[in-house]
Design a protein around this ligand. Structure first.
Ligand code: HEM
Length: 287
């Protein structure tokens, strides 16, 4: 490719990387706000939030945009790195002191660490929430006439169903009991009357329990927690350079705005990964 064409394609790639990167920063802020409920919210609030995130059409659209942005950002990043290696010197349009920092020299490595993190993270949470037949349903213990009983929780206020009265889909009737169970679960979360085949409620999936159990796991919980903290360190370095670099790539570059963008970028790069990292630490050590 001619040098000018290479430069042009490199600038276009940087532009798209910047746009997808900034969109992913918005995703991170939203994801963090939701996840902080693991510290400050109740089980029910977190599961309500998870249900909203997986069913609201506008949020679903944003989720698809997120997946596309991650793929686009990663592919563009790999292509740019390869291109830059082949045809040096093509640096950022403007260089300053920060462009030779540890972060700026290692953006591709840091990005790869984050990509591996996102892939394993989605297998552990997102895929289970969306596709796993054995995803736990939310159960609440309530005291009834002095005895603690377990109830499945419906998505409408006040819907509680005794666990011992609910059969799993395809569960064989217990030959030792005379009474068949009153309800049966179908399609993972739908509760039906077992005799009339009438739907009576939608039950909450227990993403809260799944997340807490993951970080509290007796054998691997500590390793998962350390892994998350290290991934957040990589994210911090990636954002440290990436945030301000994105604004340069889309052409926002002035003596008035650049210092503000640099400050906001550095604050974002420290605060967001730090708060994300506190969540697994909190869950792992919580009694
Ligand atoms: C460290 C604390 C974090 C926790 C506890 C956490 C937890 C979760 C959970 C429980 C889900 C499943 C939600 C659902 O499917 O509705 C999820 C989804 C996801 N997480 Fe995280 N997360 C953390 C950090 C991150 C970070 C730092 C990133 C990106 C670098 C990230 C990227 C994603 C993505 C892309 C999804 C799929 C979102 C969607 O479907 O819209 N997470 N996370």
């Amino acid at each position: 490719m001619a040098k000018s064409a290479l430069l042009k394609s490199s600038i276009v790639k940087k532009y798209w990387m910047a746009l997808t990167g900034l969109f992913l920063c918005l995703f991170l802020a939203g994801h963090l706000a939701g996840n902080l409920q693991l510290i400050f919210g109740t089980n029910l609030q977190f599961n309500q939030y998870a249900l909203f995130m997986t069913t609201n059409p506008a949020v679903k659209l944003l989720s698809y945009l997120t997946y596309i942005s991650i793929i686009f950002h990663a592919i563009d990043g790999i292509m740019l790195t390869v291109q830059n290696k082949k045809a040096r010197p093509i640096g950022y349009a403007k260089t300053d002191g920060s462009s030779s920092s540890f972060a700026s020299r290692n953006m591709a490595v840091l990005g790869t660490v984050i990509l591996v993190f996102i892939a394993t993270h989605m297998v552990n949470f997102w895929a289970k929430m969306h596709f796993d037949k054995n995803m736990p349903l939310m159960v609440k213990e309530i005291e009834v006439q002095g005895n603690k009983q377990k109830f499945y929780v419906g998505t409408e206020t006040g819907q509680y169903y005794p666990v011992d009265q609910v059969a799993k889909e395809g569960e064989k009737a217990d030959p030792t009991t005379m009474m068949p169970k009153q309800f049966v679960i179908k399609n993972k979360t739908e509760l039906y009357y077992s005799q009339a085949d009438v739907k009576t409620a939608d039950l909450y999936k227990d993403l809260h329990k799944l997340t807490v159990d993951f970080f509290k796991d007796a054998k691997y919980g500590l390793y998962f927690t350390i892994g998350y903290v290290l991934a957040m360190l990589a994210l911090a370095f990636h954002l440290w350079h990436g945030f301000q670099s994105a604004f340069q790539s889309i052409g926002v570059n002035s003596s008035k705005f650049t210092p503000v963008i640099k400050f906001v970028g550095k604050a974002f790069a420290i605060l967001v990964p730090l708060l994300f990292a506190i969540i697994p630490i909190f869950l792992h050590f919580k009694k």
